[in-house]
Design a protein around this ligand. Structure first.
Ligand SMILES: Cc1cc2nc3c(=O)[nH]c(=O)nc-3n(C[C@H](O)[C@H](O)[C@H](O)COP(=O)(O)OP(=O)(O)OC[C@H]3O[C@@H](n4cnc5c(N)ncnc54)[C@H](O)[C@@H]3O)c2cc1C
Length: 364
């Protein structure tokens, strides 16, 4: 038994077959009812937000797909700080716009990231040197094991680069119902954004050089303009819009592996310096740079799929593509980078409804 709702409609990639059932929940009770309904039907329950970080299989999903729709922002002063509690179904970029408008610094570089607030902690969304983990205080969830509503403090969430417990030990355990953020200060827009501000990526710092003492609003507008140029805001009028943003995370590797990649880079891209950043976890490399220097430039096409014409790291369904074609292309990109540099790229989006064998070549 399947419903008329397809994953193609529920995800920004625009691929994926029918789901068994689709429900929306606006309260904890409705979430519990959906969990009970799935149990009764003997079907798994899969939570989706805006579907902007998911690649779903052509065969669809024998599951009940649930979207949390509760919206709302509640801000209050708490001593020297401001606490902002946001319902999971609120648009993430709407939250960013709210904070920028209220003069709360900490998420402005995340402007333009699609999706819902409830999904933001999953992979600790980040951009231009800022990560949502730095502003999150706690996350309220319904525990799928017993239906209890609990609050998880930030320290229990195991945040890392595009990572959290929600992708590891707590995978599929919780339905996020709201996220609480904490911002220093009461909301006066800091003058001189770049003096004593968080470390932002050079690309953004350069773009802001032209602005005298940029405000949070200047930062937001600059980030949105940079992202738009790379097709990194979700805009249905953009030919590159059917994607999940970056398809691979930037690899963090041992110094030895980075040295080896740099030697290969010296042969493949003479005169260029391979981007390489030292982090406590290892050497972080640029996946986009590696893909391009492996010979796959922006706009590389394989039929209906390919690389965005504006951003090497985004795989795109240019219209009428299948999930199978996207996976095959992702495997090719990965193989090319590994052959050229010995680096194995890891996919960023969640893969839904595939068999282990179908996606094994993306993780070997
Ligand atoms: C154009 C574009 C640009 C992007 N740019 C960035 C970027 O700069 N930085 C970045 O980090 N990401 C980026 N992304 C990826 C994506 O937008 C984020 O990961 C976003 O947080 C996903 O939100 P979503 O609501 O669409 O989640 P979905 O894609 O629907 O779900 C993602 C995961 O979260 C889980 N989930 C969703 N909601 C809940 C909930 N309430 N409770 C429990 N689990 C839940 C789902 O089960 C799934 O595993 C981009 C995507 C696109 C299309």
């Amino acid at each position: 038994m399947t419903s008329a709702v397809t994953l193609a409609e529920l995800t920004t990639f625009g691929v994926g077959g029918p789901v068994r059932a689709y429900r929306e929940a606006a309260s904890v009770d409705e979430i519990r009812a959906a969990l009970a309904g799935a149990d009764q039907a003997g079907a798994p329950l899969v939570v989706l937000g805006g579907g902007s970080n998911v690649l779903a299989a052509d065969r669809g999903l024998e599951a009940l797909v649930l979207r949390v729709r509760a919206r709302g922002i509640h801000a209050e002063r708490d001593g020297d700080a401001t606490r902002v509690a946001v319902e999971a179904g609120h648009g993430f970029d709407e939250l960013v716009a709210f904070c920028v408008g209220a003069g709360l610094a900490g998420v402005e570089c995340l402007s333009g990231i699609p999706g819902d607030v409830g999904a933001a902690p999953m992979q600790n969304v980040g951009a231009y040197g800022q990560e949502v983990a730095s502003s999150i205080e706690s996350v309220r969830v319904v525990d799928r094991r017993d239906g209890r509503a609990v609050e998880l403090a930030r320290d229990a969430l195991g945040f890392g680069y595009r990572d959290s417990i929600f992708k590891r030990e707590a995978r599929d355990r919780y339905v996020v119902t709201s996220v609480a953020f904490r911002f220093a200060g009461g909301g006066a827009s800091p003058a001189g954004y770049l003096d004593g501000s968080p470390a932002v990526y050079p690309e953004l710092a350069r773009a802001l050089e032209a602005v005298d003492r940029p405000s949070l609003d200047d930062v937001r507008r600059t980030v949105l303009a940079l992202r738009r140029r790379k097709s990194m805001v979700f805009d249905p009028s953009d030919a590159n819009h059917r994607s999940a943003g970056s398809f691979f995370v930037n690899p963090t590797v041992t110094a030895l592996a980075a040295d080896h990649a740099a030697e290969r880079a010296a042969e493949l891209a003479p005169g260029e310096r391979m981007p390489r950043f030292t982090t406590p976890q290892g050497d972080k490399l640029s996946a986009a740079w590696l893909i391009e220097r492996a010979g796959l430039g922006k706009g590389t096409r394989r039929g209906a799929v390919g690389l965005s014409t504006n951003h090497t790291l985004a795989l795109v369904n240019f219209g009428g593509a299948t999930a199978r074609e996207l996976v095959a292309f992702a495997v090719e990109v990965r193989r090319r980078v590994r052959d050229a540099f010995g680096i194995a790229l890891t996919p960023e989006p969640q893969l839904l409804g595939f068999t282990v064998d179908e996606v094994a070549p993306l993780f070997d």
